[in-house]
Write a protein that binds this ligand. Structure first.
Ligand code: TRP
Ligand code: CA
Ligand code: ZN
Length: 317
């Protein structure tokens, strides 16, 4: 039974050699592109994402145990992310708003270059609830988007489209920051956003792999990434419109995103494909004081972080 696989391997090798030999010298091949072909998306180092989470945990611990809207822990979270982005060469701005009698902020970071009329955005809410440090919800998305932005800078990626990253305030008060941002855009500015990618809870301790089924192109990009890893995904159904993509979607912007589950419970069919614990919530610490750095599944956080980079690269080429 060795013969057939060997023969196949030889044939495959011969085809590969033939392709190598002829590649690039075929008559009528496409002329060299004006811009060099963009490199593949990088593997996002999970250690870097976890280092951001550790900083957000320290911030919460030093500020009454939370990073909630209008509190010192939110301001410190904002300062942390903003400093990292500025050191990497992003142009940042704060957008101020008021919610529940307290001042809130969105942080917007633009990567210089690309077609200003075609903007790809990725964002996450940076606020926690008052009852805990909000490490899965949503330090996870905030840290992965931050590390993706830093990877853009490290690699010197110059996409055809313009890249913009956002960290939203007061999501937990009802999508206040993201709605303020969308409402602040004129219709012309809004129309330039070719896609908004949202990441809210992507390291749940008993994880599922959920993809938003809004814009088909964005959805396919994420599905392709997970298919390449051999990981099954499901459509996100745990409350459509419950995160910061909703104001964009309502304004007609194509949206997509990833989610690893909140307080719904994992079914036996889901445990069969993803592992984990049947009958337990995806995140048993959702909106609780135990949403700490211990409340993260590293594998889910790593895969989702890499998927974010893949989508940001693929959708902005
Ligand atoms: N947005 C919710 C929060 O921050 C979490 C959540 C519940 C969610 N259902 C969702 C996020 C579906 C994205 C998609 O508390
Ligand atoms: Ca990785
Ligand atoms: Zn959240």
């Amino acid at each position: 039974m060795q013969l057939l696989p060997s023969a196949r391997a030889l044939t495959a090798a011969a085809v590969a050699v033939a392709t190598l030999v002829t590649g690039g010298s075929v008559a009528g091949a496409a002329p060299a592109p004006a811009r060099p072909a963009a490199a593949a998306a990088p593997d996002i180092p999970i250690a870097n994402v976890k280092a951001h989470l550790a900083q957000l945990q320290s911030i919460a611990t030093a500020n009454g145990g939370n990073r909630a809207h209008g509190r010192a822990g939110y301001q410190a979270s904002l300062d942390y992310v903003k400093a990292k982005l500025e050191a990497a060469g992003f142009t940042t701005r704060l957008q101020q708003f008021t919610a529940s009698g307290r001042t809130g902020y969105n942080l917007i970071a633009d990567w210089p270059g690309g077609d200003a009329n075609t903007v790809v955005m990725a964002g996450s809410h940076l606020d926690s609830v008052t009852s805990g440090p909000g490490i899965n919800d949503n330090g996870s998305g905030s840290s992965a988007v931050l590390e993706t932005a830093l990877a853009v800078a490290r690699s010197g990626y110059q996409p055809a489209k313009h890249l913009r990253f956002a960290w939203w305030g007061a999501e937990e008060l009802g999508l206040v920051g993201s709605r303020a941002y969308v409402n602040s855009l004129g219709s012309a500015e809004r129309a330039k956003i070719s896609g908004y990618l949202n990441f809210d809870m992507i390291g749940s301790p008993n994880p599922g792999y959920f993809v938003y089924d809004d814009d088909p192109t964005i959805e396919k990009t994420f599905k392709d990434y997970f298919a390449g890893l051999g990981i099954a995904t499901e459509i996100e159904t745990e409350g459509d419109g419950r995160s910061d993509h909703a104001p964009f979607k309502n304004a007609g912007v194509p949206v997509g995103g990833l989610f690893s589950g909140a307080d719904y419970r994992k079914t036996s069919a889901q445990a069969a494909k993803w592992g984990g614990t049947v009958g337990q919530p995806f995140d048993r610490c959702y909106h609780s004081s135990c949403d700490t750095t211990a409340n993260i599944d590293d594998t889910a956080l790593d895969r989702n972080s890499d998927a974010i980079a893949y989508a940001v690269w693929e959708l902005s080429r």
